[in-house]
Structure formats: structure tokens, C-alpha cells
Design a protein around this ligand. Structure first.
Ligand code: CA
Length: 237
């Protein structure tokens, strides 16, 4: 099932104290995550913009630009990256400012590595709970999908979905209303390290999925094509 467990997430650490950065990196890697480290604010911001990460562990006092500025910039640009601040600034006013700017959690230094890990895992679990589609999706009259059993019920017919089709469907529904690019699907569903590859795999799977779940596969309304960008899930009425 797609990311029911929270291992294998992509995490960026922006932290200028090398011993902390590497310690946190090692602990997260040990838990099965892919981790990159940046040691200054400017480079970190570029990295966060350019690459796909699931979560950012962010120090506040950094060379270049501060962590506060970095959060402000990312949120202004519409980034939904989950952000956990890790800072020696432990005044209530700093914590509040960080959260108000859009951080998701705040851990003060000196910190317990186990607590930091638990808080990061909690972020991933919360995201799963907030966005998980219901096991039974109603798609139209006489048309529904059972995501647990991977079955499409179409009038009296039961059509099996492949596990991959189930993962794609779950992903599209989780991101309902938003454009999901081919890169997104390749990285998050296929687990490619880099989605920027030339492949027709995604489109071929979408065609197959539409045949099974769209009321009229030739005129898709649930999985809409966004020309030149990707796909968008539209909830059935
Ligand atoms: Ca620092």
C-alpha cells in the first residue's frame, strides 16, 4: 500500500552546525529515509525549491538567510513542504513566530534525537490521516471502488485493479483538486529517485485506470488531463 508506513521519505536538513546536521542525518537514514544536508540558508532555500522533499528540518540561525526568512519565502511561493524547526532559540516568542510563519513543529536545542525523530514521524502520519481516501469511493451511479480489496464495482461487474493502479488512484484522490505531474507520480508512486525521465509508463497506466473507473472512459471526468502538466482528480458528484 502506498506509504502506509512512513519510511523512505525525502528529508532536507538545513543546519550549519556540522555535528548536529550529520547526527540528525544519520539517525534519519537509519530509519530508512533519504536525507540531504545543506549548511547555509541561501543554498538550502535553492535546494528546497529545486528538489522534491517531504519534510524540511530547519535551523533558524544560519549564514546567508535566516530560517525565519526561509520559511516566509517558501510559504509565500506556495510551498506545502512540512517544516520542523530545530533551533537554540527557545523563547516562546520565537516558537510562536516560527509556527505563525508556517512551520509545522518546533524542537528546541539541546534536543533529544529520539524526540526529534518521533516528531518527524508524527508529521508523516498526520499527513497520511489528513489526506487518506476512504476505503470505498463512490464514483457514480452503480460505480464504486473498494481500495482495500482493489476492486471496481461497475453495475453487476467486479473489475480487479492492479496494486499499481490502486496506488495511482489513492495518490490522485489524496491530491484531489491539485495538478499531479508525471514527475510526481514517478517519484511518489513508482519511487523513482528522479522523475525527470522520458517514459510513457504513467500515461499508459492512466489510460488503463480510466478504462476501469471512468463512467465514460472516452470522456474522462474523474481523472482529468491538464494539458502539458499532468492530471487532476475531480471528485464525483
Ligand atoms: Ca545555527
Amino acid at each position: 500500500m502506498l506509504k502506509a508506513e512512513t519510511v523512505g521519505q525525502r528529508i532536507l536538513i538545513i543546519e550549519d552546525e556540522e555535528s548536529i546536521a550529520l547526527g540528525v542525518r544519520d539517525a534519519l537514514q537509519h530509519h530508512g529515509h533519504q536525507v540531504d544536508v545543506c549548511m547555509d540558508g541561501e543554498a538550502g532555500l535553492e535546494r528546497a525549491r529545486a528538489d522534491r522533499y517531504d519534510l524540511l528540518v530547519l535551523d533558524l540561525m544560519l549564514p546567508g538567510i535566516s530560517g525565519f526568512e526561509l520559511i516566509e519565502t517558501l510559504r509565500r511561493e506556495g510551498s506545502r513542504l512540512r517544516i520542523v524547526i530545530l533551533s537554540a532559540k527557545s523563547e516562546e516568542s520565537d516558537i510562536l513566530r516560527g509556527l505563525e510563519l508556517g512551520a509545522d513543529d518546533y524542537v528546541c536545542k539541546p534536543f533529544s534525537p529520539l524526540e526529534l525523530l518521533a516528531r518527524i514521524e508524527a508529521q508523516f502520519r498526520r499527513f497520511e490521516m489528513d489526506t487518506a481516501p476512504p476505503p470505498e469511493l463512490q464514483l457514480g451511479p452503480g460505480l464504486s471502488v473498494d481500495l482495500q480489496r482493489l476492486e471496481v464495482h461497475r453495475q453487476d461487474e467486479v473489475i480487479p485493479l492492479t496494486p499499481r493502479e490502486g496506488d495511482i488512484l489513492r495518490y490522485l484522490v489524496q491530491h484531489r483538486g491539485k495538478i499531479v505531474t508525471r514527475d510526481d507520480l514517478l517519484v511518489d508512486v513508482w519511487n523513482y529517485v528522479n522523475g525527470k525521465v522520458e517514459t510513457r509508463t504513467v500515461d499508459i497506466h492512466i489510460v488503463g485506470l480510466r478504462r476501469k473507473i471512468e463512467p465514460e472512459p472516452a470522456h474522462p471526468v474523474l481523472i482529468q488531463t491538464v494539458r502539458g502538466k499532468g492530471y487532476r482528480w475531480h471528485d464525483a458528484l
